[in-house]
Design a protein around this ligand. Sequence first.
Ligand SMILES: [Ca+2]
Ligand SMILES: [Ca+2]
Ligand SMILES: [Ca+2]
Ligand SMILES: [Ca+2]
Length: 900
Amino acid sequence: MQTNLEVLMRANGRSIPLLALAVILLPLAAGAIQAGELQYVLEFSSSELRIEAVGEYTLISFSDACYDAQPGHPLVPFMARRYLLPRGMCVSRVRLEATSIRTLSVAKPLYPAQPARPFSSQKVEFVEPLAEVYSSTVPLFDFQAELLSEGLLEGERIAAIALRPIRYIPAQGKIEVAENMVLTIEYEQDFTYDGGSVRLSAGQVASLRQRLRGLVENPELAGALTTFSAPAPDEYRHAIVTPASLVSSFQPLADWNTKLGDRDTVVSLESIDAGFSGRDLAEKIRNFVSYAHEEWGLEYLLLGGDAQLVPTRDCWVFQYGWWPHPYDTIPTDMYFGALDGDWDADGDDVFGEMNDNPDLYAEVAVGRACVDNADQVELFVDKVKAYQENPPEGFADKLMLPAEILWTNPYYPGDATNNTIADLTHPETRIARMYETQGTLSRAAVQDSLNEGVGIVHHMAHGNVIGISCANGLFITTHANNLTNAGKTPVYVSIACLVGAFDYNSPDCLVEAFQNAQEGGTVAWVGNSRYGWGTPPARGPSEDLDVSFFETIYDKANPEAGPTLIAAKDDNAGYWGSYRVGRWCIYELSLFGDPAMPIHSREISAFIVTHDEPHAGPQTFKVTVGSEAGYPVEGMLVCVRQEPYVYAWARTDAEGEAYLDINPVAGPMSLTVSGANHRVWIDNDLEALGRDLACTRIIDPVGKIERGEIKPRAVIANLGRGVDSCYAKCRITGPGAHYEKGDLEGIVYLDPGEEDDVNFPSWTPPGGPGDRYRVEVTVYLWPEKTTEDENPSNNTQVGYCDILAGVEVTATTIVAPEQDSVCARMIPEAWFTSIGTEPAEGFYCHSEIASMSYHTAPYHDSFYVAGPLEPGDSTNVKFASWVCDDSLLYMAHLLRYQCN
Ligand SMILES: [Ca+2]
Ligand SMILES: [Ca+2]
Ligand SMILES: [Ca+2]
Ligand SMILES: [Ca+2]
């Protein structure tokens, strides 16, 4: 594989998987894996080939076909695929074996490859087919696999591999297609690997898994081999880096992002300069980002300032033209978020060279706000907020597609790429094609359409630092400044050269004029800081990057600007990133806007949100997000807050549901739901209902107890308004007792009003007969282990218990007088029982009947029992006769009765 080509071509086509995969993992070494191989069985049907006549040539393509032929050589397509390797491994060799081959005839010779060219360049001669190549009777290329590149993403190594299923025999007009192949990737230990300590938060893990599914053919390899640490306690998923003078101006944006769930902090350049090492400020910023990524879970970085305020990292790939030109040096903002290596492997302070091993798989999504002062910051923040908070209807679903004729030899209008993007859209997307080929492209048409309101733009045109071409004239910075589309600011994307050369400051570039327009402009731009490059007659790297960007916009439920740009680069890093022209295009494509901002592509509507009733205490809080049409909405960001106790975020799943683990106190909370195509939903009046746990009763030990082992028990009730959980503690004090124990398991998920028993470890009373103990049971809140609920006064119950005496007799039943009986004269009678541990001998039973008024003298009588009365036995006692007064109430000993 030649890696020094500037002459690459690629066919039109969407990325549709052609290969059915089967995987066989074959470790070669026992014990610690030091080498091994991955094997994949691939199928490629020749019916997937598109064979089209282009003039006097044949162009062969298939979905996501790549080309790497030299100018004048035939365009034989291949495919570039990405595979994960086991952690700590690198590729030692790749092999492709064709197991079944089909031969096809092509009438005209294959199209000859043409040189790559900047979009600014019109004067490129057509390169004719080379006679000595086109007369060959032996096949050009072979069925083979080649390693294109390897890169790191969060410690995972990704290998991009070229697979060549087609070879061409020009003299016979034949192509041979390998329809069945076996790919073998041999790997060995990478002794330079130091990604073993990668720490990821839960949020980072979720987005990494999702990203790998779109990035590699074998994402399952990551799950088995990756371990992640717990999230950092102080999570910041978003940071804004800006000079100290603008920190307070950016704070409202940080507050806004924090409110939505991307916890944000503004960090001054001065503090980074003082606190981080690096050869220059740009490297210090990147080292800060590395730190924050690992310690805070950072996912988004906004560079808050134009190039003269927040430095650029200028990269250099190659010299275009006869002498070095400033346009050969590329301000590359992705450097700040692509965190592997240092982008200058050869250490010559020239960054991003082919041998510098730059990281093309970014870990942190980067955007830039090209602002010069506090007024511009305020404008930027207002636009980003308005785009999410209360966007109007009637603009977001509109896609504007201006395209001019880029070159005439070969004839290459921008229509095809814009048509490809149009094919990606939602069925209801309103598409405004403005094509020079149809006479519908003009500066006025672009201006009018922008002012009327469009959601997204893809502009296929030439450009320079201050203008973008619209066939009949340049749309320049002045036109951008004068836009009047306030509230309907689009996301603008273009392949054009230099419109995003933000390092130019007098004047600023076109993108900056759009961004800083007072009465409208754009909310975000994705554009080139240097030349865009094309490879007519096929799509070139700049167009491929943009098409990938739009694939994500129309494929994901909630595409965010920064991650969407990352996905576009992921898609092209393996193939285009292996070549100088492609790498140039990857470097220069920057996001001008907040990386966490969602991109709308449908008509704006409201969320329909339902949620649990929150209560004080730990709980899983469920939020369900639907559309006005009643469908669940996936991928939306849900955030629930209660300062300083609760900050939790989650994304809705395919059912539109998000689950947040929270532990608020009773009081006000807030809930927000945000994401693409919807106005932000905010509820600041949520109320966490109070917690009230109580110990309502001690079951054991209370009253008379025996001297043996006893299991203390009590009843805990949830008197609060939500499901709750708790622990309990039992303390027993008295002669010789030092018992203080908690229940071992706690009580979990008690419904409001529900009660449950709680058991404590066994206790054996140490004292003797008649000793009294104090028993105290207290309930503690889970998981805080405090008693600070809404009503702490009911958290503790106190009871007493007495050890039974050796000899003890008690009255157990009064036989007479009976309750409510009417009598004049009768014999009081009762049963007495021995409840002690030893026989009772020689004791008196006593009877007392008291009047409930003062008329009659009380009755007293005692009766001697000689015994012995064995433990558990009872004896019947009849007392002396009693004469009662009439019409009075009497109280007998232990029992009350009425006697008329
Ligand atoms: Ca990386
Ligand atoms: Ca270097
Ligand atoms: Ca500038
Ligand atoms: Ca309570």
